[in-house]
Ligand binder design. Structure first.
Ligand code: HMG
Length: 445
């Protein structure tokens, strides 16, 4: 059977930067280390006045198509994943196709377009849709364009405000991919939860602490479900484990939980037994509560062992480098975690061809999905082509007053005129609204 997976990716960050330690913390009356050490975030990306989910998505897609030498005829479907849509009927993918048609001679009339919604996990669900379409043989030799694009804003004063972000990831899904092949095996953990939702409103209603518990519970279910089809997981099996990253501190918790689960009953648990004893087993306890407390104590001990720290430093920490600088990109978040890990491999000259990744996606509401990926021969060239560092460096650093303006500008309930802080060049920009209140875009040379 043909290998199917991600052939190439491109990342587009919002062009503004809010420094959390320098700019945000003093205004919030918080210790900067709450953000840099506690949440693990240094900065958030925001869209400039002329940017939104369409421009960021279209710009990422355009660069990707140019780099891969693709034209609309090569693309058979455009799937957009977002939880920042501004229209309940017309999908963002039509706007993105419209933008791209401004710069190509061909059109996308032949392409199936849609929009996927399930909080942050819809980025991975869109990849799955594209994968299934190709595996089913319906693609007529064409590739799929998957775009995960979000402006992740919280209401001013919400604790989530520190985890905001904005950006897009565009991915080409194809046969014989250059970057990673996706496993057929998947595991799910899915339940009706009300920890984070946007009932016809732009900014989320969120119970932050509960959302973290739900994330961990669903991720654990998904891992067990994955193992039921793919066999037990072992830390040595995966070069990197990119997780959905609302903020790196969340992944620190998920990494610990995942490692404890993976080493249970293995030689790694035995190696640690002298230092921290063996993991508690549920059948050793009369009360579930006592068992859970014993597990928490074990995890506290496990966290500080050299064995765990070394694994975390190699397999998980490198997935967080980009996220630290840009915040939560919702649907794109797990996809920048993968890119971050592979970029780390490239920078450190690690040969990861043929290595496996275990990818943990998540969306509130809530669902986790685990699948594996195999790194392909062309990965290095694809990753070397990314200029995400330069984009991050070139962002305009906004003051707190400017941040307040930018937040208002992107608030759907406000109409705020604002001069852009950056000069667009070779990109799509938002220019205003048309007769039916549709959003209008043009390409600026
Ligand atoms: P908070 O209550 O303001 O923060 O909001 P906190 O007091 O819990 O502090 C955060 C961490 O910093 C803690 O670490 C503190 O100890 C530490 P922990 O104990 O958890 O390891 N800390 C410090 N460390 C060093 N020096 C200091 C210091 N002070 C504190 N001085 C919260 C945190 C995450 C709740 C908030 O940001 C929030 O509500 N965020 C939005 C919800 C969210 O991101 N949830 C994550 C799971 S759900 C998810 O991932 C889905 C999502 O992406 C949406 C979707 O799927 O669509 C959000």
């Amino acid at each position: 059977m043909t290998d199917v997976g991600i052939d190439a990716i491109e990342i587009w960050t919002g062009k503004l930067k809010l420094d959390l330690a320098e700019t945000f913390a003093p205004e919030m009356g918080e210790d900067p280390e709450k953000y840099t050490k506690g949440l693990g975030l240094y900065a958030s990306s925001f869209p400039d006045a002329h940017e939104d989910i369409v421009t960021m998505g279209a710009n990422a897609a355009h660069r990707l198509m140019e780099r891969k030498g693709l034209t609309p005829d090569d693309i058979g479907r455009i799937d957009v994943a977002t939880e920042s849509a501004f229209d309940n009927s017309k999908p963002v993918s039509t706007y993105i196709a419209g933008c791209l048609e401004q710069v190509y001679d061909e059109d996308f009339h032949h392409a199936n377009k849609g929009e996927r919604k399930f909080a942050c996990i819809s980025g991975t669900q869109s990849l799955d849709d594209a994968y299934n379409w190709i595996k089913a043989g319906r693609n007529r030799g064409r590739s799929a364009l998957v775009v995960a694009t979000d402006t992740a804003l919280y209401a001013r004063g919400d604790p989530g405000e520190a985890t905001q972000g904005a950006g897009a990831v565009a991915m080409i899904v194809s046969e014989d991919p250059d970057l990673v092949e996706l496993s057929t095996e998947q595991g799910y953990g899915s339940a009706d939860e009300t920890d984070f939702l946007k009932p016809n409103q732009q900014f989320p209603s969120v119970d932050g602490k509960r959302s973290m518990q739900v994330y961990l519970a669903r991720m654990r279910e998904a891992l067990e479900d994955f193992e039921s089809v793919a066999g037990d997981t072992h830390p040595d099996d995966y070069a990197f484990i990119p997780y959905h990253t609302p903020f790196p501190g969340m992944v620190r918790k998920a990494g610990l939980l995942g490692y404890r689960h993976m080493i249970r009953g293995t030689e790694y648990e035995d190696d640690l037994a002298d230092a921290i004893d063996r993991q508690p087993r549920e059948d050793e306890f009369d009360e579930r509560e006592d068992y859970e407390e014993a597990i928490r104590d074990y995890m506290d001990d496990l966290k500080s062992t050299d064995q765990y720290q070394e694994w975390y430093g190699e397999a998980v920490d490198p997935t967080l480098d980009i996220s630290r600088e840009v915040g939560n990109w919702y649907t794109g978040s797990v996809h920048i975690a993968r890119a971050s890990a592979l970029r780390h491999a490239a920078e450190n000259d690690l040969d990861v061809t043929g290595d496996r990744l275990l990818v943990g996606s998540y969306g509130s509401g809530a669902q986790a999905e685990i699948h594996a990926e195999t790194v392909q021969e062309g990965w290095r060239e694809e990753i070397d082509a990314l200029d995400v560092d330069e984009q991050i460096r070139n962002r305009y650093d906004i003051s707190f007053e400017e941040y307040e303006q930018v937040h208002d500008r992107h608030n759907h309930e406000k109409t705020v005129e604002m001069e852009a802080f950056t000069e667009p060049s070779g990109e799509f920009v938002f220019t205003g609204r048309g007769a039916m209140d549709e959003r209008v875009y043009e390409y600026v040379e």
